[in-house]
Design a binder for this molecule. Structure first.
Ligand SMILES: Cc1cc2nc3c(=O)[nH]c(=O)nc-3n(C[C@H](O)[C@H](O)[C@H](O)COP(=O)(O)OP(=O)(O)OC[C@H]3O[C@@H](n4cnc5c(N)ncnc54)[C@H](O)[C@@H]3O)c2cc1C
Length: 388
């Protein structure tokens, strides 16, 4: 076994190895590299090309909040507030535009049944303090002229924005390397343990020492080799299919993010039109299905019949890292030197800034921010008496 040189520690910063180069791992590593830490990200494939590539990029803290997610909404809302500064810093460091759009999000009802559901969600979300505006069908169609003429009603959330998640991961990779971080792709990493603590990572027969190991391996986090059983995060892949259509950017068919009853629809500036997303429990099956594609197209077509004319460019399959309680798993574990940043499920792009802030702060200052107290990895052990 080859033992590589330990990563050098600059100043007071610990050396950090991050397992997983999705948005979460890259974001944490970029922030630590900026602070002067020696940090290396390991990705077993092309970094940024898993869930973070497949995502829709909605920053939908408001309209996505459902009953039972009141606590998660606070974290999501904090992250939503952090996004503008995060965006400027990332764009400045990377020299790349990340396609942030702030037109807001519209939720529409197409039938009377939908309208009842819409009213319920509207009242519930407003009760949390989310700023929403009720729209008549005429007003909805004024803002979205190609919306189905039979639209029954809608509401609008001005603070739910979107970002081009693919541009975000490309920018993060660039910003990380510019800040002095190291990105190693096609390098599957295992946790290296010694004396009961994490001491680095193993890639093949090479061991790289680090003071802190961060597990940010998305839907694969549970299976990372070398993790002690008691800290294996209860994360599973929640499969999602998503489609890319192409519209004329000069005359876009859709202008805002629109949530229809059976699909959400996301217009990008360059004319891409995303339709998402299925939610499936099928393990890591990467093959798209006719049923998945059909339900997305039908869901979108009911809201925007004009999509019939558009070109279908791409079918994407991705794996959301879903935890046992659907909430993220963030912070130190009972194993010294081992930190978790996983389980972001359907909100990993939205939760990126708050995750980066909280995990970097912990690594640099040793302090767990109150925002992530409820999401600590040991919460599952408390419930199950040791098994996670
Ligand atoms: C269809 C779909 C739509 C979505 N839409 C949205 C949305 O609109 N808004 C939103 O906020 N979120 C959305 N999400 C959720 C979001 O994509 C995820 O929560 C987020 O991308 C998770 O980021 P991650 O970095 O944890 O995981 P990933 O991006 O999956 O990255 C994990 C990385 O770890 C690597 N890896 C795994 N094991 C190892 C190992 N042993 N060694 C080295 N590397 C390893 C993988 O190769 C991968 O690159 C969506 C997800 C899907 C699937």
């Amino acid at each position: 076994m080859v033992v590589a040189q330990p990563v050098t520690i600059k100043g007071d910063c610990p050396s950090v190895a991050v397992i997983g180069g999705g948005a979460i791992g890259l974001g944490i590593a970029w922030s630590l590299a900026r602070a002067g830490c020696a940090v290396t990200v390991f990705d077993r494939s092309d970094a940024g090309h898993s869930a973070s590539w497949a995502a829709g990029g909605m920053l939908a803290a408001g309209v996505e909040t459902e009953p039972g997610e009141e606590l998660l909404w606070q974290l999501a809302s904090r992250s939503q507030h952090l996004w503008p500064d995060f965006r400027y810093a990332l764009q400045a460091d990377s020299g790349r535009d990340i396609g942030y759009r702030d037109e807001g999000t519209m939720v529409v009802a197409l039938t009377r049944d939908d309208l009842e559901q819409l009213r319920f969600n509207y009242e519930f979300q407003r009760s949390l303090g989310i700023e929403l505006e009720w729209l008549s069908s005429i007003e909805a169609r004024r803002r979205e002229p190609y919306l189905n003429t039979g639209t029954a009603g809608a509401y609008f959330c001005k603070n739910d924005h979107q970002v081009d998640n693919r541009a975000v991961v490309e920018a993060l990779k660039r910003a990380l390397v510019k800040a002095g971080g190291v990105l190693r792709e096609h390098a599957e990493a295992a946790v290296e343990m010694a004396g009961g603590r994490a001491v680095g990572v193993r890639v093949g027969d090479e061991v790289l020492k680090a003071d802190i190991v961060v597990v940010a391996a998305g839907a694969w986090s549970r299976g990372v080799e070398g993790l002690p059983e008691e800290v294996r995060p209860p994360v599973r892949p929640v499969r999602g299919q998503l489609l890319y259509l192409r519209m004329n950017p000069a005359e876009p068919l859709v202008r805002h993010v629109v949530w229809a009853p059976k699909a959400y629809i996301i217009p990008r500036r360059d004319g891409r039109l995303l339709i998402g997303a299925t939610t499936e429990e099928r393990g890591f099956d990467t093959k798209p299905t006719a049923g998945g594609v059909f339900s997305l197209l039908e869901g979108c077509w009911r809201a925007f019949p004009g999509i019939e004319e558009l070109v279908l460019d791409e079918i994407v399959v991705g794996f959301r890292p879903g935890s046992r309680d659907d909430a993220p798993i963030l912070g130190p574990t009972s194993v010294e030197g081992l930190v978790m940043a996983t389980g972001h499920h359907r909100n990993g792009i939205l939760l990126l800034p708050v995750t980066v802030e909280a995990i970097s702060r912990y690594i640099l200052k040793g302090r767990v921010l109150p925002e992530i107290e409820a999401y600590r990895p040991d919460r599952f052990r408390k419930v199950t008496g040791g098994k996670s």
